[in-house]
Design a protein. Structure first.
Length: 78
């Protein structure tokens, strides 16, 4: 198992929430609530992990992994 760091933060000036996943170079946000930022972040991670079929090598052997994108705990992980 591996843990993936997700950073959620509130922008006081704009009054909205943002998310960042440094390992996957994901930055996003602008949502009204922390919960929306977390939901958007999970969707962005799942999207990034799917990849683009146009980038697939048709001649390669394939190994498929089941990856579930959910929070590690209700309180979050540090």
């Amino acid at each position: 198992m591996s843990l993936l760091r997700v950073e959620l933060f509130h922008d006081v000036e704009d009054g909205n929430w943002h998310h960042r996943v440094p390992a996957l170079h994901i930055n996003g946000g602008g949502t009204a609530t922390r919960e929306e930022a977390e939901r958007d972040c999970l969707a962005a991670i799942a999207f990034a992990l799917r990849g683009d079929p146009r980038d697939y090598d048709a001649g390669a052997e394939i190994l498929t992994l089941n990856v579930i994108v959910t929070p590690a705990s209700a309180q979050g992980s540090h």
